[in-house]
Design a protein around this ligand. Structure first.
Ligand SMILES: Nc1ncnc2c1ncn2[C@@H]1O[C@H](COP(=O)(O)OP(=O)(O)OP(=O)(O)O)[C@@H](O)[C@H]1O
Length: 536
């Protein structure tokens, strides 16, 4: 699919609403930028007049116009960057809101790197393009037009010849550079990708690399790809940058001077000076066209990726805010295929209230997927999840969050203390309550210790402690005992059973461990669906 056009910025329903409130400031920025450029041309004109009429008036007028140009340029920059900041803030919030509401399977298709890019560099590239467009409109349209009008009025149509360097420069930047870049760009991007993966691999395997030295794995790949990247860059620079340098040198000075002389040699010195200066005012911006086009093309590519992300449907929500009591949980006639593989097929079950249920089954049977479905994070293709006899997709999002707490497998903690991590779920809990919750989750650790320096299993138990602080009536846990020894795992199961019974909660865990499942209040076994027709 080709990248969206600049028009899409204004018309695409996923991007335009974030830009629209910033448009008045962008237009004001364009106007200021144009006035700044016109003031510069005015100052130039005063200097030209000085040649024919040596008077301090022209010098004063030129200085005033230069100062005016500087003030307008500052205003233009402030307006454009203010508009850009508001636009990127709105878009960033929109993308972040969208990402956290994506179905689990859609989210799993994005790598960590592409998620990072979507919320940071892609938005930066797009707002960079938006911030620079006003001054580019002034540079590439209004200033050349004003210069050409002046030249035509002074020298006549023959002055159009001074456009020649600008036209040649434009063709170079619009045709030659993109052609060379497109040919070498893909190879450069591939090497760049290899450098990034090698750095990533090296960072992850830093201890291993320390043991095995430079020759091994990621470090060797890093050396190899950086070398190829450097060679490739040198080759590219020698092809494109050298030609660009020659073009600037020839077009800006020699050729423009020669043409200006050719078209105005029989006029007076003032007209000759005006022709030379104003023709440079046309050619100089064009020589910066490469940079202009670079950020427009990267901005458009980023806009394409952001639109593709925002086009993904989010998990459905409704407006129901009241829940019947008791808060029962059932799954009815559920069907779900992921990438054309049927994972859940006609599933029906009512989970026992005030009890701890264990979901068991062989690897790949769909236990984690079922937990995601029950938490409302993976929409079904058919059937429904009934929470307190309401279809979960009709529940208001906040109501769903208050009714359901889901603790995924593995530990994800924020870079803060254990206390701060727990306080996110229960802001008013006392230190005693927090310590008691940690204790029930089979974790003995200081509340002020750094959560990120805990082991993976300990981090997971910080998450499990939230279960004992939460007021949600439905609690889902994926493999909560995976990192625990037998004694601690059994104690945790007993604590969860106790919580379910005493505080009227429906607690559901996924476990591989049949002996642990046997001591829960109820079991629900999933079978692995094997396509027997394809087995010999
Ligand atoms: N995001 C995804 N993309 C593609 N396939 C997926 C995705 N998530 C799950 N699946 C597939 O769905 C099936 C069930 O996966 P799931 O993780 O739910 O199984 P599980 O019973 O929890 O397995 P395990 O016990 O090994 O954790 C598997 O065949 C898996 O490959």
């Amino acid at each position: 699919m080709s990248d969206p056009s600049l028009r899409d910025l204004m018309t695409n329903p996923l991007i335009a609403p974030s830009l629209k409130p910033a448009l008045p400031k962008l237009f004001a920025g364009t106007l200021s930028s144009s006035l700044s450029g016109l003031s510069m041309l005015g100052a130039l004109w005063c200097l030209v007049r000085l040649i024919g009429d040596i008077s301090s008036d022209w010098v004063i007028a030129a200085v005033v116009l230069w100062i005016t140009a500087a003030l307008f340029a500052a205003a233009a920059s402030w307006l454009a960057h203010d508009a850009e900041a508001a636009f990127s803030g709105r878009l960033r919030r929109k993308v972040a809101n969208h990402l956290i509401r994506l179905p689990a399977t859609a989210l799993s298709k994005q790598s960590d790197q592409s998620l990072r890019n979507l919320v940071s560099s892609d938005i930066e590239k797009l707002h960079h393009m938006v911030a620079h467009l006003p001054s580019e409109v002034a540079n590439f349209a209004i200033l050349p037009l004003a210069s050409i009008t002046l030249l035509m009025s002074m020298v006549g149509p023959v002055a159009l010849w001074v456009l020649l360097p600008g036209i040649i420069a434009s063709l170079y930047y619009l045709v030659v550079v993109p052609h060379v870049s497109a040919r070498d760009g893909a190879a450069r991007m591939q090497v760049m990708g290899e450098v990034i993966s090698a750095v990533d691999d090296y960072a992850r395997g830093i201890r291993v690399n320390r043991i095995y030295g430079r020759q091994s794995g990621a470090l060797a790949a890093y050396h190899d790809s950086t070398k190829r990247f450097t060679d490739n860059m040198v080759m590219w620079v020698s092809k494109v940058a050298t030609l660009a340098g020659m073009a600037v040198a020839l077009l800006q000075a020699v050729t423009t001077f020669a043409i200006a002389y050719l078209v105005s040699y029989d006029h007076d010195a003032m007209t000759f000076a005006a022709t030379l200066f104003f023709s440079l005012a046309i050619v100089t911006p064009v020589l910066r066209l490469g940079h202009g086009l670079d950020y427009v093309s990267t901005g458009r590519a980023s806009m394409g990726r952001l639109i593709a992300l925002l086009q993904n449907p989010t998990v459905p929500t409704g407006h129901i805010t009241q829940l019947n009591s008791p808060t029962t949980l059932e799954i009815r006639d559920a069907e779900l295929s992921i990438d054309d593989i049927q994972v859940i097929n006609g599933l029906n079950h009512t989970f026992k209230a005030d009890a701890l249920t264990a979901i068991t089954g062989p690897s790949g049977a769909g236990k984690t997927t079922l937990l995601l479905i029950l938490s409302g994070l993976e929409p079904l293709q058919a059937g429904s999840i009934q929470l307190a006899q309401v279809n979960i997709s009709e529940l208001d999002e906040q109501t769903r969050h208050q009714a359901l707490l889901s603790i995924p497998q593995g530990g994800d903690v924020l870079p803060a203390t254990v206390k701060e991590n727990l306080r996110l779920s229960s802001p008013n809990a006392t230190d005693e309550e927090l310590t008691s919750a940690l204790h029930k989750a089979q974790l003995t650790v200081e509340l002020d210790s750094n959560a990120q320096t805990l082991s993976g299993g300990e981090q997971q138990r910080v998450g499990i402690a939230r279960v004992f602080l939460s007021s949600a009536p439905i609690i889902l846990l994926d493999e909560p005992t995976a990192a625990l020894d037998k004694i601690k795992a059994t104690k945790l199961i007993e604590e969860l059973k106790h919580l379910a019974r005493n505080q009227h909660k429906t607690i559901i865990i996924v476990t591989h461990d049949k002996t642990l499942a046997a001591i829960t209040d109820a079991q629900f076994e999933l079978e692995r669906k094997i396509d027997t027709e394809n087995l010999s």
